[in-house]
Design a protein around this ligand. Structure first.
Ligand code: AMP
Length: 402
């Protein structure tokens, strides 16, 4: 079955068409600047053919039409008719407490996705628009599935998700830890169990998704028991532009001193902090590391803080699970920065974690980077959220037909 995976953002629509018979990407692309004057599409077929065009896309609906043209009619077309698409899987950032697993889209599900825009203002409404645009093109004949970034974390116990705030805010506004990157944490923890040749139920794994956004999850027996992202994808440790956890009274102090509104503070914490805020150089790990190598103190400090904070989260999750069998690194930085992996793992030398520095340099593939005598296995596992979404979609659609 060919499955179209859709990731609709506020002004963009990313997609991949995946052939689930061999799990190969048939084509992928991006509709960008939706709602702006220079909206455009860039599309690439698996065999390298490309199609790019500036097309008016006032809404996600036109973006979806452009995507279908690219797939079925352009010079880089990969299907002869939209009928070849068996199902559509949507990435959805927030599932709130409604959704603890992926599910088939119906009117009620679509409305709940939209209702959750309160918890993910930048994401859930565009996801809803993506669903509406798909329905407009395909009618109800092609099943659509929603796959939530938060769903994998819904197994956390109360002690992990309730904040130390008056309980009424949890009751009134559902303010609690939800987590993020769940599709990635689930995918790499399951791949880790496969690579170890063990049942995930018998393993304690710490998964480190370190990209521009970053989070760490404790996966005990195949389920999430704690995760570093919180109510929104801001908690945890420093990221490209996000602060991670900060003493809340530092924020009220700065807000009073600088006369900053809550929205401005949110902007400061989400867009001006983290690697960018500390280094003053860039939010991009490569730029910060390059500046550090040239002797820039603040850039070196930003790198050091990120690695130190990651190690502290890994350590706390080993404590939370009372042990660990494997540590996994994934996403842009986790997969590509050997120094970060070495520096983080050094903190666990006391318990016998050892890295093979030659294997640690391998890129772009699944690799065990710990030495044979390491007490804990350490892996690089490239994440593949699109494939994970397509797999969930296939499973749900296949069960429908039974
Ligand atoms: P992501 O959000 O998963 O796409 O990750 C983006 C981050 O990965 C950026 O900070 C990049 O600088 C970082 N990154 C990508 N490639 C490399 C690399 N070869 N070495 C170090 N960092 C990298």
């Amino acid at each position: 079955m060919k499955i179209l995976v859709v990731n609709a953002g506020s002004s963009s629509l990313k997609y991949q068409l995946i052939d689930m018979d061999n799990e190969q990407v048939i084509a992928k692309g991006l509709c960008d600047k939706i709602g702006l004057a220079d909206s455009n599409i860039k599309h690439k077929a698996g065999d390298g053919r490309e199609y790019a065009a500036e097309i008016a896309m006032p809404t996600h609906s036109e973006a979806f039409e452009a995507l279908m043209y690219a797939l079925a009619e352009s010079d880089a077309k990969v299907i002869s008719s939209p009928d070849e698409i068996g199902a559509i899987g949507h990435r959805v950032v927030h599932g709130g407490t409604y959704f603890n697993k992926s599910c088939l889209v119906d009117d009620d599900v679509a409305e709940k996705v939209d209702e959750l825009k309160e918890l993910a203002p930048l994401h859930n409404h565009p996801h809803y628009l993506g669903i509406v645009a798909c329905t407009k093109t395909f009618g109800k004949d092609v099943p659509q599935v929603v796959v939530f970034d938060t769903a994998f974390h819904q197994t956390m116990p109360e002690k992990a998700y309730i904040f130390g705030l008056p309980y009424e805010y949890y009751e009134k506004y559902a303010v609690r830890r939800y987590g993020a990157h769940g599709t990635s944490h689930k995918y790499v923890s399951e791949r880790c169990a496969d690579l170890m040749g063990k049942d995930k139920k018998d393993l304690k794994i710490v998964t480190c998704h370190i990209g521009n956004g970053a989070s760490i999850t404790a996966v005990d027996g195949g389920i999430c028991v704690d995760t570093s992202m919180g109510f929104t994808p801001l908690d945890g440790f420093i990221m490209g532009t996000r602060s991670g956890g900060v003493d809340p009274s530092a924020l009220t102090y700065i807000a009073n001193k600088e006369n900053i509104t809550p929205d401005q503070m949110s902007d400061l914490l989400n867009k001006k902090s983290g690697l960018l805020g500390i280094s003053g150089v860039s939010s991009d790990n490569r730029d910060v590391s390059a500046a550090a190598a040239e002797g820039n103190h603040r850039a070196a400090l930003a790198n050091e803080i990120q690695r130190y904070q990651i190690a502290k989260f890994v350590g706390s999750y080993i404590a939370a699970m009372n042990g660990v069998d494997a540590i996994v690194f994934t996403a842009g930085i986790g997969e590509n920065d050997p120094t970060l992996r070495t520096e983080v793992c050094k903190h666990f030398g006391y318990m016998g974690v050892k890295i093979d520095e030659e294997k640690n340099l391998i890129r772009g593939e699944e690799v065990e980077i710990s030495t044979p005598d390491s007490t804990v296995k350490v892996f690089i596992i490239p994440t593949n959220e699109e494939l994970a979404i397509a797999k969930d979609t296939l499973e749900i659609v296949t069960n429908l037909k039974k």
